[in-house]
Design a protein around this ligand. Structure first.
Ligand code: V47
Length: 381
């Protein structure tokens, strides 16, 4: 098959040259185009305008603290009821010990878990967060998704403002981007009717930004959503960032079908993955970073994604079995890529590796906790 230049992309390129934001219809055209070459060229140029040759990564500890959850999302292979033999609920001491298992040379602690009535409470989290901040002042806490914040607010009968104020005081630096799925009401009724809706997801992130908590955003693509709904999701995120700056990165989450109710949807294709990275970069012109999280699309697609608008590969995990959301849904990625390997992967893709934390302060590559507080270094773009 000969792929011709897509005329729809010419009008989009002209808009980009004029510095105009793209419309929902433009987003659909990008998500549908067979002209991957032009799409990649446009997205790489947009990436270079934001981050030059840099590609970011973070030395990270990742923990799923509980898989007990009653949200019943159709795409989930991770959740268990508390009666299940393979339910895993870590105590605060277990989480603390796990985080420090391989030393303290890391700059982000990323923890997400299920809606577990025993664990997801302020009584559990506030003391644990303070303990982390005391022991590891150089580590940023990237905890929860907006769905967990909504659960906390309903459980304690407190407003988002009060909950987020308390979490900020205890040291919350960043909210992870999960729980967004696809904002469309039609989609959420089918896929995740018990979870926070799109409008409240956006509100939680905007309230967090007012408290000085940064955040990420995601979209889970590849199930029952339409391309129009994907494009609408991008427009809603861009408008939210406009009202309330504070999102650092957008992460496209490719659906993994093993062991869940949406298994018939099958996995995403490599082409769809690349179209998502590029469309995210072009639609989200007020987001600085598009993340190709290696564990989700796999290392090789993520390396190619760096040429389709992505400028971040996320981070290291522990050396054992921490990540369970994607591993229970069939990812064939391993659990661990170390610092040296990240730098090699990024360099081999033609970019410059830059070590960061959750809020994109950058560190010298050889920074260690015993050097004291991070030496922030200027990044040339
Ligand atoms: O909310 C669950 C998604 C999210 C599946 O902020 C699935 O840096 C695909 O929040 N197939 C949790 N996706 C993960 C998350 C995240 C991941 C990477 C980076 C960041 C960040 C945040 O994972 C859930 C849901 O949207 N998810 N099951 C599945 N079968």
């Amino acid at each position: 098959m000969v792929v011709k230049c897509d005329p729809a992309l010419e009008a989009i390129e002209a808009k980009l040259e004029r510095g105009e934001s793209l419309s929902q219809a433009d987003g659909v055209a990008l998500l549908r185009t067979p002209d991957l070459h032009t799409l990649g060229r446009l997205a790489l140029a947009a990436k270079r305008r934001k981050s030059g040759d840099n590609v970011y990564y973070v030395l990270n500890r990742y923990i799923n603290s509980t898989n007990v959850c009653y949200a019943d999302c159709q795409f989930c292979s991770f959740s268990r009821s508390e009666k299940d033999a393979d339910a895993v609920r870590m105590s605060g001491d277990d989480v603390f010990a796990k985080a420090l298992e391989t030393g303290s040379n890391f700059n982000q602690l990323h923890i997400v878990g299920g809606h577990d009535p025993r664990q997801l409470s302020l009584d559990y989290w506030l003391p644990l967060m303070r303990r982390f901040k005391d022991a590891l002042p150089h580590v940023q806490l990237s905890l929860f998704t907006a769905a967990e914040i909504d659960y906390l607010a309903r459980r304690h009968r407190l407003s988002y403002d009060v909950i987020l104020g308390r979490l900020r005081e205890a040291g919350l630096d960043n909210i992870n981007g999960g729980g967004a799925e696809v904002f469309s009401e039609r989609y959420r009724k089918i896929v995740c009717p018990k979870k926070v809706d799109g409008a409240h997801w956006l509100e939680i992130h905007e309230v967090a930004h007012r408290h000085g908590i940064a955040s990420n955003a995601t979209m889970l693509y590849g199930t029952v959503e339409t391309l129009e709904e994907r494009a609408e999701h991008f427009v809603l995120l861009r408008e939210s960032q406009q009202r309330s700056p504070g999102y650092n990165a957008f992460i496209p989450l490719a659906f993994h079908p093993d062991g869940n109710a949406l298994n018939d949807c099958g996995p995403t294709s490599g082409l769809d993955d690349l179209r998502m990275f590029a469309t995210a970069r072009l639609m989200l012109d007020n987001f600085d970073h598009i993340k190709a999280y290696w564990m989700i699309q796999g290392l090789k697609i993520c390396q190619v994604a760096l040429h389709f608008g992505a400028d971040d590969m996320d981070g290291t995990h522990g050396s054992t079995d921490e990540e369970r959301i994607y591993h229970s849904a069939g990812t064939d990625s391993g659990q661990y890529v170390d610092d040296r390997e990240f730098r090699r992967l990024i360099t081999a893709s033609g970019f410059v590796p830059v070590r960061r934390n959750s809020t994109y302060d950058v560190f010298a590559a050889d920074w260690k906790p015993e050097d004291g507080m991070p030496q922030r270094v200027a990044v040339a773009v």
